[in-house]
Design a protein around this ligand. Sequence first.
Ligand code: SER
Length: 337
Amino acid sequence: MSEKQVLITGACGEIGQALVQGLAARGGYRIVTADFMPLPDSIKHLSAEHVQGDLVYKIKTFYDYDFDIIFHLAASLSSKAEVATEEAHRINVEGTMQLLMLAAYRSEKYGKAVKFLFPSSIAAYGMPTLDAKKKAGLVKEEEWDYPHTMYGCNKLYCEKLGMYYGKFYGQKHLDEKPPVMLDFRAIRFPGLISAFTLPSGGTSDYGPEMLHAAAQGKPYACFVRADTKISFMAMPDAIKSLLVLMDVPREKLSNTVYNIAAFALTAEEFRQRALKAFPDAKITFEPNPRRQGIVDSWPEDVDDARARKDWNWTPDYDVDKFFDEYFLPEIRKRYGK
Ligand code: SER
């Protein structure tokens, strides 16, 4: 069987690096990577070709490629996007739009639906008050879609753009046979934690930063309050979700956007877990008002029933397994503690 042609943008990011490894381990894919940065050595050998530079300007070059699947991961994350809003909009929206246009064009021209996998986020939600956040419980995809951040607005809008290019672009008569359109699928990720990489520019970063600091014996001042709660997930589960959603036959999908969840923890619960594993850890709380405001607007947890029903989603790591079977063993190897 011939290899499937895959494009991964944002390949140097946390999800990107883990996804390149996950796809390569499966085999059967020719992986083209794109990023502003050169590929790290750990994944260089797994990429057939790396296109380095500003994606918005590089997309033209991809019109000659026959991609079956596009993972569009490149983005400016929520904290960074909040201090450079115009630039974030350009990266997050313009980049996505250009790539969707390319996928739509190729799908129609060659009669083959290009699969377009898009990481959306809990940042697409916006809880108006802490009280509403506490009372909301598990939030469903169509609830509280009033993002407070540039990044959240960008993600929510790009979900809509994906639906537009996947369903309505071209505006054929309803009784006309539709052309082949791109196959858009999005996952709203919680905060992700890898034992191998650290995030940068996000606002859920306090979780992974605290754990990596504790494991290295470095003091950490957490930039949100102790009672701050959102949902998190182990990076291997995030990669699993992308690969499972990629494989599901289209007819099984009742929607284009799916929540997924694994475990919801407060910052204090993270601290307790870190202290249990590394008793000398020095973790304090020094909330940053802007970043606190961002996390306060995200739900405590999300309802992933739709993903469970449509594509049998279930995470491999609950909170205990996350620490005991993934994070702590890997991090001890990494930092030698
Ligand atoms: N983890 C991302 C961030 O903090 C949200 O998707 O920006």
